[in-house]
Design a binder for this molecule. Structure first.
Ligand SMILES: [Zn+2]
Length: 89
């Protein structure tokens, strides 16, 4: 009735856009907190991606191996984390 799911193709960057928007909001909040005088010197934001296990044989991991580019491996987690750096206490 509604034809094929053409919307699923052509938007491979959709998740990237969502992450980027979230990141912008986080930055906005942090900047606001800073202007309010909050101490953010220990706050860290780190982009992080967790790829499939090295022994994984799925399509993505296989092609990553063929191209010798580990960044093309399948992803388990893709995002960022906000944390406090307590190494200099
Ligand atoms: Zn894999």
């Amino acid at each position: 009735m509604f034809g094929r799911k053409s919307t699923e193709r052509g938007f491979p960057k959709h998740e990237e856009i969502v992450l980027h928007k979230v990141m912008e909001q986080v930055e906005k909040v942090l900047r606001q907190m800073q202007t309010e005088g909050k101490d953010l010197t220990r706050v860290r934001i780190k982009r992080f991606q967790k790829t499939h296990h090295v022994s994984c044989r799925c399509q993505q991991c296989k092609s990553a191996e063929e191209k010798k580019d580990p960044r093309l491996r399948g992803l388990l987690e893709d995002g960022f984390k906000v944390y406090l750096d307590k190494t200099r206490e």
